[in-house]
Design a binder for this molecule. Sequence first.
Ligand SMILES: [Zn+2]
Ligand SMILES: [Zn+2]
Length: 184
Amino acid sequence: MKAAEVERFARATLREHGLHGWRFRWNTTSKRYAGWCKKTERVVEVSEWVIDLGWPEEALRDIVLHEVAHALAPEVSSHGPAWKAIAARIGADPTAYYDDDLPTPKDTEWTWRQHCPDCGWERYLLRLPRAGSSCPDCGNGAFNPALLLYIDSRDGRPVTARGVRATHTRYDALDRLPPGTEGL
Ligand SMILES: [Zn+2]
Ligand SMILES: [Zn+2]
């Protein structure tokens, strides 16, 4: 499926569901999300990288349907029951996550990976964070030194913690850090 076909499908889907005044647009900046629904602007966006990375037609159509379901739903930011019901009705996958097997920019562009050993939360980074961070999911958004994220270096370079060169590339827990340093 080419970019032009995605555009045609998106415009037709918006029309089909009575979303007059809504527009389709490509997103050229996000590396993290495949699609967007910007309700205040009345815009549905698909990220360009899904085309560059060759997502199959079914997955491309699902991004559009997913975002159109947001456009139709009363709460744009939620994947709650209202969105799920609309998603199911218009033929979008109501699980709200795309298939893990599909390629994403993080497959090629990350340098560091933070991840939580407990719940699997992860984040791909180009730059090593200067300060420690803990799992936002396990800690309900608050910093908690007992829930520090692990850090992997993509190419095996040693992790530098606030200027102190570490001897290992993965920090398992705060108490394994070199004395006098804080966790990443
Ligand atoms: Zn969504
Ligand atoms: Zn976690």
